[in-house]
Design a protein around this ligand. Structure first.
Ligand SMILES: *[C@@H]1O[C@H](CO)[C@@H](O)[C@H](O)[C@H]1NC(C)=O
Ligand SMILES: *[C@@H]1O[C@H](CO)[C@@H](O)[C@H](O)[C@H]1NC(C)=O
Ligand SMILES: *[C@@H]1O[C@H](CO)[C@@H](O)[C@H](O)[C@H]1NC(C)=O
Ligand SMILES: *[C@@H]1O[C@H](CO)[C@@H](O)[C@H](O)[C@H]1NC(C)=O
Ligand SMILES: CC(=O)N[C@H]1CO[C@H](CO)[C@@H](O)[C@@H]1O
Length: 435
């Protein structure tokens, strides 16, 4: 069964490349009792039950909620790392409930929200990440548009993701029934370090927790396996060659101390399993949570796709052979990619979802809304910078760490500059791609 599931994950990638169509869940008359077996290139087999309502990994009870959240706002605030700062040091793209604000109380966010941009309409959480910019040879920056992640939409019975504007795809994984505990109201966590400019040194290699995938062609070509699993297409740094699109995947730790909704660094109340960070393989969340963090929580992953096709003219790329993309942190390496999570599912909706035994965007017992409805949910930008067209600096001209910075000692971004930092050399820390 384990092999079957691993193969299944790879198999999802094959679906995007127009494999012969099978009895997928939205076929008009699914054969409810037929088990479909497919052979993959790994020579393991995939066994899934196509109907009647949703795809499952047969017999395992594993759940993978996979759903999109449309853009809520793009703004330079960060209620987790820089609460109350308007503006915060760098720009984010934000999705989820409309209770999002420059600071957010440790209460039930769902109760404060009137709407959400997520397709699971009981999810009023807020999720945010940095944006990607292109830097032209003359030094000017332009934001790289996001692309909807329509890959495998049929398999997931997902009528939302292919039409979402901006935002991200969120994943919540449980390896089986009653195996994870949903987050509590007020819970929040952070992954990454906005000041990193080189591969982090630390107890774990985080290469299977954050990566960029370089698609080799249209229609998600090159999507050959689970995120951060294939060194041929996945790198922890920004790809050093032109890609059709670039996808960023960021995974959160899967163990919680069971007590604290947050911690000073927004990280130490959660932890990795004793055997190390669990890759995204649908097998779940790791075998053994450490005694300090005994509670298994769902494995949460964010996925963002940027359409870089408009920026791949070699004449526009830097003459020194480096790559031209830069995160809104001011980082050309990609190592500063980070993700912010503020839990806000209504009532027990997330726990119900984690027991659904379902791998889809429409799991049983869970409320969904249309992408049109989700798009109506907006919050005003508090800083309100113009981020369209060309700009001589990134929003906030984020202060750059020294070129040699390579540390995990300081887990939170160091800037407290509240948008100052004008006149800092933005040329620092760039140059060739690390690898
Ligand atoms: C697919 O999703 C729609 C909602 O978008 C739902 O009404 C329908 O029942 C789902 N179909 C299957 C086969 O799961
Ligand atoms: C955001 O916070 C400010 C200051 O506390 C408050 O006045 C405002 O109503 C909040 N907005 C939302 C949408 O909660
Ligand atoms: C910088 O280069 C870009 C891309 O060639 C161009 O569109 C933009 O107008 C230039 N900006 C300035 C200030 O020259
Ligand atoms: C993921 O990373 C952890 C920590 O380095 C490692 O123990 C584990 O083997 C990795 N998993 C895979 C599938 O590479
Ligand atoms: C091995 C196993 O669990 N098989 C199950 C696959 O799914 C069908 C339909 O739900 C069940 O009837 C089988 O028992």
């Amino acid at each position: 069964m384990i092999l079957n599931i691993i193969a299944a994950v790879g198999f999802l990638g094959h679906l995007a490349r127009a494999e012969p169509q099978g009895p997928y869940p939205d076929d008009p008359s699914p054969t409810t009792t037929t088990t479909t077996t497919r052979t993959t290139t790994t020579s393991a087999t995939l066994t899934f039950t196509p109907g009647p309502d949703f795809p499952t990994f047969n017999g395992t009870g594993a759940t993978m909620l996979r759903f999109s959240c449309h853009q809520l706002v793009i703004d330079r605030i960060d209620p987790l790392v820089n609460p109350g700062s308007v503006p915060s040091p760098h720009q984010h793209q934000i999705v989820g409930g409309d209770a999002f604000n420059a600071s957010m109380p440790y209460t039930d966010i769902a109760a404060l929200s009137a709407c959400t941009t997520c397709s699971y309409s009981d999810d009023f959480s807020n999720y945010w990440t940095s944006n990607l910019y292109f830097q032209a040879r003359n030094g000017s920056y332009k934001r790289v548009p996001q692309a909807p992640n329509g890959a495998n939409a049929e398999f997931f019975n997902d009528t939302f993701s292919p039409y979402a504007q901006g935002g991200l795809v969120a994943y919540y994984v449980s390896p089986g029934q009653n195996m994870v505990t949903a987050f509590q109201p007020g819970f929040r966590m952070f992954f990454g370090d906005a000041s990193l400019r080189s591969k982090p040194s630390g107890p774990w290699d985080l290469g299977n927790q954050t990566c960029f995938r370089c698609y080799s062609g249209p229609n998600f070509e090159g999507d050959v396996g689970p995120p951060c699993s294939d060194p041929a297409v996945d790198t922890m740094h920004l790809p050093n060659k032109p890609c059709h699109m670039i996808r960023s995947n960021i995974l959160f730790p899967t163990c919680w101390d069971g007590v604290n909704l947050d911690s000073a660094d927004h990280k130490s109340h959660v932890a990795y399993p004793e055997e190390g960070p669990h890759p995204f393989d649908l097998l779940g969340i790791g075998k053994t949570c450490p005694p300090s963090h005994p509670v298994k929580i769902p494995q949460v992953m964010f996925e963002i796709v940027w359409d870089t096709t408009g920026f791949n003219d070699p004449d526009l790329w830097p003459e020194d052979g480096s790559q031209p993309f830069v995160l809104s942190t001011g980082d050309k390496t990609g190592y500063s990619q980070h993700a912010d999570y503020v839990f806000g599912w209504k009532g027990d909706a997330l726990q119900v979802g984690m027991e659904a035994g379902c791998i889809a965007a429409n799991c049983p017992g869970m409320k969904v809304q249309s992408v049109e409805k989700a798009a109506e949910c907006l919050v005003p930008a508090l800083v309100g910078e113009d981020y369209s067209g060309w700009h001589s600096t990134l929003p906030g001209n984020p202060p750059q760490p020294p070129v040699t910075t390579s540390t995990t000692a300081s887990p939170t971004p160091t800037p407290t500059g509240k948008g100052k930092g004008k006149g800092k050399g933005k040329g620092k820390g760039k140059g060739k791609d690390n690898s």
